[in-house]
Write a protein that binds this ligand. Structure first.
Ligand SMILES: C[S@@+](CC[C@H](N)C(=O)[O-])C[C@H]1O[C@@H](n2cnc3c(N)ncnc32)[C@H](O)[C@@H]1O
Length: 395
């Protein structure tokens, strides 16, 4: 599909189109206040998180069949039950503690995890959620009230990360890939930022002047890769990641940060053949690569450079306790035994769960495209999620 061919995408209804037009106006005001263009990271930040207007800050449905995309916890409770089993091991090792979920979406993962931990007699002291979106926070409250009313008092919502002294496990599924990224192109004179401007009736890409910070970052990246990126190569990097990991590390006294996301090790991410980067947009279950259309109405993601994430963790004094593809993580957490516990005579449930397992684990689906990484402080015990196959050597 030609992503600029909007006829290939379902048309937004008039209310959605008007909403998007308001966000376009807000972005254009900011462009006009500068030199006419804004860095892509700022564009992505406004498109996703502008108060009251951004994709994650307004009322669109987003997750699930009636939304734009499906995440693993939305697809199957088996995913959350596996993550719960990893949490249980960490909490048992620590002799108790808290769970903090970052960016909790519709709240289904929190509900399914608490149900599983209750069944395993391993409830955390508290299940905290850090959610940037007031609308999503409200949705999470509804989900938990409907699904686990008797456990609601264990759940609390935070506006900022807990102060130092957190003991337990922090989890985030598909959160890092929703962070704004800097976009660059290798031009004949060196790395240049790709910015966003307005031309006639649409947002367009434009190449910015040399920026020493971006040039340094891309040059350091090429040094780590051990090769020069080819001419006209375009990609992106998450400049905010080190500060975010450092903030999590500052909060974590003892325990694990478990991050699950679409992504690759550095050499795969910046493979010379991946010439246009990893930006992907989701709109009503269509995937395309043009983040400049449908502002506020579509999700925008960039895959995670897990080597950069591991570097940031080491700089923040966290150890990388494991790194593996989602398929191995789920099997390490006992996915097989969870499926085996379903009675095959209950054909409908069994088939439904088997189909969910396929999508969670198939190589062309989430199984290999999504990875799990554990960042540890004072937890040396091997983690069950990485017991099947630990790929830290590839980072
Ligand atoms: C793709 S959704 C994933 C939601 C949910 N974890 C799931 O798997 O269904 C991305 C979420 O990350 C949140 N997010 C993005 N940046 C964040 C940050 N710095 N801290 C906490 N949440 C963040 C967004 O608000 C959104 O809820």
């Amino acid at each position: 599909m030609n992503p600029r061919d909007l006829h290939a995408l379902p048309a937004p209804d008039p209310a959605a189109a008007a909403h998007s037009a308001r966000l376009v106006e807000a972005i254009r005001v900011e462009m006009a206040a500068g030199n006419g263009a804004i860095p892509f990271a700022r564009f992505m930040e406004l498109a996703l998180y502008a108060p009251g207007l951004g994709y994650y800050r307004a009322g669109a449905r987003k997750f699930g069949a009636g939304g734009d995309f499906v995440t693993a916890p939305e697809l199957s409770p088996l995913f959350s039950r596996c993550v719960a089993r990893q949490c249980r091991q960490v909490l048992a090792r620590l002799g108790g503690g808290r769970i903090l979920e970052l960016g909790a979406g519709s709240g289904v993962m929190a509900a399914a995890m608490l149900q599983e931990l209750e069944a395993l007699a391993s409830l955390p002291d508290q299940y905290a959620i850090l959610e940037l979106s007031a609308e999503l926070r409200e949705r999470q409250q509804h989900t938990l009230a409907a699904q686990i009313p008797h456990l609601q008092e264990r759940v609390c919502w935070l506006d900022t990360l807990p102060a130092a002294g957190f003991r337990g496990i922090m989890i985030a599924n598909e959160v890092v890939d929703a962070m704004p990224v800097e976009r660059f192109r290798i031009s004949p004179a060196g790395p240049r930022p790709l910015q966003v401007a307005w031309e006639r009736d649409r947002f367009v890409w434009c190449e910015g002047e040399e920026e020493p910070i971006l040039t340094d970052a891309v040059n350091r990246l090429q040094e780590k890769l051990g090769y020069a990126l080819p001419p006209a190569y375009e990609s992106e990097f998450n400049a905010r990641l080190p500060a975010w990991i450092a903030a999590l590390a500052e909060s974590l006294e003892k325990g694990v940060v478990l991050l699950i996301d679409y992504g690759y090790p550095r050499r795969e991410y910046y493979h010379p053949a991946r010439r246009t980067g990893t930006l992907r947009c989701h709109y009503r279950h269509r995937v395309h690569t043009d983040p400049l259309i449908l502002p506020g109405l579509q999700d925008i993601t960039a895959s995670v450079d897990f080597s950069a994430l591991a570097d940031a963790a080491l700089s923040a004094d966290l150890a990388v306790g494991g790194y593996t593809s989602q398929i191995y993580f789920l099997f390490g957490c006992g996915l097989e035994s969870l499926l085996a516990a379903v009675d095959p005579a209950d054909t409908i449930s069994y088939l439904r769960l088997s189909n969910q397992v396929k999508i969670l684990t198939l190589p062309g689906e989430m199984g290999e495209l999504c990875k799990a990484i554990a960042l540890c402080r004072q937890v040396d015990e091997p983690l069950c999620g990485f017991s099947f196959f630990d790929e830290r050597g590839r980072l």
